[in-house]
Each structure stands twice: as structure tokens, then as C-alpha cells.
Design a protein around this ligand. Sequence first.
Ligand code: MEV
Length: 321
Amino acid sequence: MKGRNPSEGKGQGFRKAILINEHLVVYGVPAIAVPILLPVEVTASVGRGAGLRIFVHPTTAGNPRKDIDSDRFEAVRRVLRTMGLSETENMIQIQCGDDLPGWSGLGSSAGFCVALTRALCKALSRSCPDEEINRIAYEGEKVFAANPSGIDNTVATHGQTVWFERGRMPAWEWIRIGLPLWIVIGYSGMPARTRDEVEKVARFRDTHESVFSGLVQGATRLGRDARTALEKGDRVSLGALMDRGHAMLQQLGVSNERLDEMIAFCRHQGALGAKLTGGGGGGCMLALVSDQSEGETMVGGLEQMGYPALCVKLGREEEPG
Ligand code: MEV
């Protein structure tokens, strides 16, 4: 790279929604996550000199803002290290959106790590298969999630609906959705750090061993049933299973009043099921709805309560339905 102009690359990573069994997936319980086609984008340039700079552009304003968030910085460093890139031998510049940790729970951090890895590979003209991208991004994701299961970076890399079982080889299978799934996502307005919530659950496991092992057994059955419902396109059963999944997350202590308030509202408005999604402690909830128009009405109601919300169709365009 020395002696040449900096070379630039752009990369993308998907966000995701976990439909069932976040947190317990860290302990080997099967979980299901679906990509949300709102990608995270990163531009990287590598050139002569030394140093690492991160430029964060607010998504709403035109003027770039230089900002260094310590988690993001550490994650970038880990990705660079895993790729064998030294910031003492290269001038590395990263540009990204200001979407960490806003709307937390939707996989922005894993999306960022994947987008970053892809951008660096492009800047260096390295061909890097998706599996390698996923492996490298996982190292960055450890900064955000402490002991990540790997589900978020896997969806962020491949952009496919995944059945994920940590500890199995391979840990994931792609699954197909039997019908279009419309969900409403509500943001509690409270950014949360996944790492803190993962550590909270680890403490729960240490202090409530038998309750925790009961939850693991129940959630394992729940995961299997949710997969069957999803593949058959049985929204009603899936919604009921999501409700049960949320009750387990409440028991683990990762829900809060705002999430519970949004969830109760959506259920009252006719959602088929509703639960927090991702790390919890703030962040987002999701509600399964029958169609887009019902979803848009629910979005309006959540917004009136002061919660930003959106209605999205889950899965990829080419999935059936
Ligand atoms: C975060 O999106 C999902 C968690 O289960 C952590 C993980 O699986 O790495 C809370």
C-alpha cells in the first residue's frame, strides 16, 4: 500500500430481527433470526502513513461530524487485527453512519462489523468469501456483545433467515419463510448495550441455576415449534410462541417498562404476538401483524405514545409469498 494513493472500498451488512430465543441462544438454545433489508454501510480507505480515523456522519444532517465512540473504535481495531492490518503501517480511514446504538436490538453493531470487513477487503482488493467475512466480523462483535452467539454476524453477512444453534457444526441452517411476515418494530427510545444485558443473563444463570435450566428446556421446544410455524406460514401459532418467548425474556430480567408497554399496546391492537428483540434493556420490540395496513395503523398508535416505529416485511424478496 505504501507509495500509492489511498484505495477505497464500500461494504454493507444486514440488520436483523430475532423472532425467538435471543439470549438463550448464547447457551446453545436454537434461535431464529430474519434479515431486515435496511443495510448498514461503511466506507474504508487504506493508504500511506499511519493512524486510524473514524468519521461518523449523522444520518439526518449534511455536515460530516468527526466522532469517536469507544466501542466502535475498539471493534474496528479488533477487525483490523484479525485481518492482519496494522494502523502503524497504514493510514486507515473509516466512514459510517451514526446508527450505533440507536434502534439497538436490530443488529446494527454486527451489520457495522460486516460492512467494515467488506469495505476493508474491497479497499485492499482481497477476495474474501462470506464465511471469512463472518469470522472476522465476529471478532468485532465481541466488543458489543461480550459473549456473542454468532447469530447476528451470521445474518448480517448472509442476509438470510437463519436457524442458529451455537455449538453445532455448522451452527446455522437457512430456513424459508412460508408466508410474507409483516412486523412492527417499536423503539423504546432507550439505547441499550447488548453486552450489559448478556452479562445480566449470565448473572441470572449463576444465581438461579434450576430456573435457568427449565428456561433452556422450554425455549428449546419453543424454538422448534417456531421453526415449524414459520416454515408452514402459520402466523397465528408463531405469534403465540413469540408471546411465550417474551415471557421468558421477562423472567431473565431483560425487558423493561417501555418495552412491556409497547408490547401490551400491540397485543391489545390485535397483534398476533409481540416480544422484545435483540439484547433488550431498552432497544426494540417487534409485533407480528396480519398485513401491512394493520401494521401501519399500529405504527401510528406507537408514535402517538411517543415511540418511534416502523412496519417492515421480513425476509428476502425471493422468499415464497
Ligand atoms: C443480540 O442481538 C442477541 C443476543 O442473543 C446476543 C447474541 O446472541 O450474541 C442477546
